[in-house]
Write a protein that binds this ligand. Structure first.
Ligand SMILES: *Cc1c(COP(=O)(O)O)cnc(C)c1O
Length: 467
C-alpha cells in the first residue's frame, strides 16, 4: 500500500508545471503561433488528464515527445471552431441535427461574394435610393411559384408566427385537429399560434375533418382559415382532410384569407422520380391558397429561411408588421437562397446541382456504384478478418419531409469485434466526425448521403478507428 502511494507521488512529481512548459522551447514557439489563453488551457488540460490517470493507478507516458504532441493537439483543438463539417453516413438526407441541406456550389459562391464585399442589400441601384431587403429575391420566388408577391424571413417557424400575427391577431384562425402538429425541437403549431396573438379555433377530429366543419366555425371573429402540412407523420386508415382547393373556395365565398403552412415546400416535381405525396408550391397557389409558408432548407435544398408567398395585398400587410424586422434574414442567407432558386429555372440543372435533390432522386444503381467504391476502400484498408458487407437498405428524406417514404439504397455495413456502441462513439468523435446508423449489431454507412469526395476521408477515419 505504502509502496503504491510512493509510486503515485513519484509520478506526480515527474509532471512538469504549466509554467515550466510555458518557459520551455515548445512553450515559446506555441506562444508565437497561438493566443496565450489557448496555450495555457491546452497545457493545463493535458496535465490535468495525466494527473487523473496517475491518481487512478495508471502509469501514463510522460515522455517529453508525447507530452508536447498531446499539448499541441489540445491547443489546436482549443482554437478550432466547434461547429464543423462532418460526414453524414446516416442516409437521412435532410437531417435537422446535421444542418439540414448542404448547399449547391452556386449558392456557396454567391454567399462568399456577398460576404466579402458591400452589396445592394437595401439599395435600389436603378433609382439610387434606399431599397427593401426583399426586393432582390422577390423576382425568383414569384417566377417559380406563380405568386403575386413574396417575403423571406429567418425560418419557417418565424414565417408562420409572422403571418398569424399580421393576419389573425386577436381573431380566430380555424385549423383542423388533425393538423395541430409538433414538428420537432418542441415547435408546436398551437404554441406558435398562441404567441402570435391569433386565437386557435380547432375543428374536426384527429382523423377526419370535413369542409362543413370549417364552414360551421366561421363567424365574425374569424381572421384566417389555416391548413398545416402534416410533415413528419401520416395518419392512415379512416382519414380525411379538406383539399386546399375546397378550403380556398370556402374562404373566397366568405371573404376570409386562406393560409397553407407547407413545411417543406417543394418546387421540384419529385413524382417523376417516384416520390409521391408532396404538393408543389405552384399547384397549391394555383388551387387558390392566398398565402403559403415554407422552409428554405428542407426539400428546397437552400439555406435556413422561411418563405412567404401569395397575394400582394396580404404580403404587404405581413411586411408592415413590426415582427418582420425582428425576423429578417441576413444578406448571406439571401444570397444563398437566391442562387439556389436560380437553379430551379432549369429543372434538370436543379436536380444535378442542388445536393438535396440530387440525393433524393439518385437511382439505386448509381448509389450502388458508390457503395461498391466505399466497400473496396474499406476492404483494402481495414483488418482482413473484419466482417464488412454491402447490403440493400432504405434511406429517408428526413427533416419532417416525405414521411413514410423509403428510398431504396445501398449501404456498407461492418460488424465490429469490440463493443458496437464504443465504435459508433469513436466514429462520432473522429476528425472529421462520421455519423452512422446502427442496426442488428452492425454499423451502417449509407452511400446515398456520402459524397464521392468523402470516400477517401471516410476510409481513413475508419482505418484509424478499426485498426
Ligand atoms: C418544418 C416545419 C416548420 C418549421 O420550419 P423551420 O424552417 O424549421 O422553422 C413549420 N411548419 C411545418 C409544417 C414544418 O414541417
Amino acid at each position: 500500500m505504502g509502496a503504491k502511494n510512493e509510486k503515485v507521488r513519484k509520478l506526480l512529481r515527474n509532471l512538469p508545471s504549466v509554467d515550466e512548459i510555458l518557459k520551455g522551447r515548445s512553450g515559446e514557439e506555441w506562444l508565437s503561433r497561438f493566443p496565450r489563453i489557448a496555450v495555457t488551457e491546452g497545457i493545463r488540460s493535458v496535465l490535468d488528464s495525466k494527473r487523473q490517470q496517475i491518481l487512478g493507478g495508471e502509469e501514463p507516458d510522460l515522455s517529453e515527445n508525447t507530452l508536447m504532441a498531446e499539448i499541441e493537439e489540445a491547443i489546436t483543438d482549443f482554437v478550432s471552431p466547434k461547429l464543423r463539417p462532418l460526414i453524414n453516413a446516416t442516409g437521412i438526407i435532410i437531417h435537422t441535427n446535421l444542418g439540414r441541406a448542404p448547399l449547391s456550389e452556386r449558392a456557396i459562391q454567391s454567399m462568399t461574394g456577398i460576404a466579402r464585399d458591400y452589396s445592394n442589400l437595401e439599395y435600389n441601384l436603378t433609382e439610387g435610393r434606399r431599397g427593401k431587403r426583399y426586393e432582390n429575391i422577390r423576382w425568383i420566388i414569384t417566377e417559380l411559384t406563380g405568386a403575386e408577391d413574396a417575403l423571406v424571413v429567418n425560418n419557417n417557424a418565424g414565417a408562420v408566427l409572422l403571418c398569424l400575427a399580421a393576419l389573425s391577431s386577436g381573431r380566430e384562425a380555424i385549423v383542423s385537429r388533425g393538423e395541430l402538429v409538433e414538428i420537432g425541437g418542441s415547435f408546436r403549431i398551437p404554441d406558435v399560434m398562441a404567441r402570435s396573438g391569433a386565437l386557435l379555433r380547432e375543428v374536426g377530429t384527429t382523423n377526419k375533418t370535413h369542409l362543413r366543419d370549417y364552414a360551421d366555425a366561421i363567424s365574425e371573429e374569424t381572421g384566417l382559415l389555416l391548413k398545416v402540412h402534416q410533415s413528419n407523420f401520416r395518419i392512415i386508415g379512416f382519414t380525411g382532410d379538406v383539399p386546399i382547393g375546397d378550403l380556398a373556395r370556402l374562404g373566397r365565398e366568405r371573404g376570409i384569407p386562406v393560409m397553407f403552412d407547407l413545411g417543406s415546400g417543394c418546387l421540384f416535381p419529385l413524382e417523376k422520380y417516384g416520390i409521391r405525396g408532396e404538393p408543389l408550391v405552384k399547384d397549391v397557389l394555383e388551387d387558390g391558397a392566398d398565402i403559403v409558408t415554407f422552409s428554405g432548407d428542407k426539400l428546397l435544398g437552400g439555406p435556413q429561411a422561411g418563405i412567404i408567398a401569395g397575394r400582394k395585398t396580404l404580403i404587404e400587410e405581413v411586411g408592415r408588421h413590426p415582427l418582420t424586422r425582428a425576423l429578417r434574414p441576413d444578406k448571406i442567407t439571401l444570397a444563398a437562397l437566391e442562387a439556389t432558386l436560380i437553379e430551379y429555372l432549369d429543372q434538370e440543372r436543379a436536380r444535378e446541382n442542388i445536393p438535396v435533390l440530387r440525393m433524393l432522386t439518385e437511382a439505386p444503381e448509381s448509389v450502388k456504384k458508390r457503395a461498391r467504391r466505399i466497400y473496396r476502400e474499406l476492404r483494402k484498408g481495414l483488418p482482413a478478418g473484419l466482417d464488412i458487407r454491402m447490403e440493400e437498405d432504405f434511406s429517408q428524406a428526413g427533416g419532417g419531409s416525405l414521411p413514410g417514404i423509403n428510398l431504396p439504397t445501398f449501404v456498407v455495413s461492418l460488424r465490429p469485434e469490440n463493443s458496437l456502441f464504443s465504435m459508433e462513439e469513436r466514429l462520432r468523435r473522429s476528425s472529421p466526425p462520421v455519423i452512422c446508423r446502427i442496426r442488428d449489431d452492425r454499423i451502417i454507412l449509407d452511400a446515398r448521403t456520402i459524397g464521392d469526395g468523402d470516400i477517401k476521408t471516410l476510409s481513413e477515419v475508419l482505418k484509424e478507428v478499426f485498426s
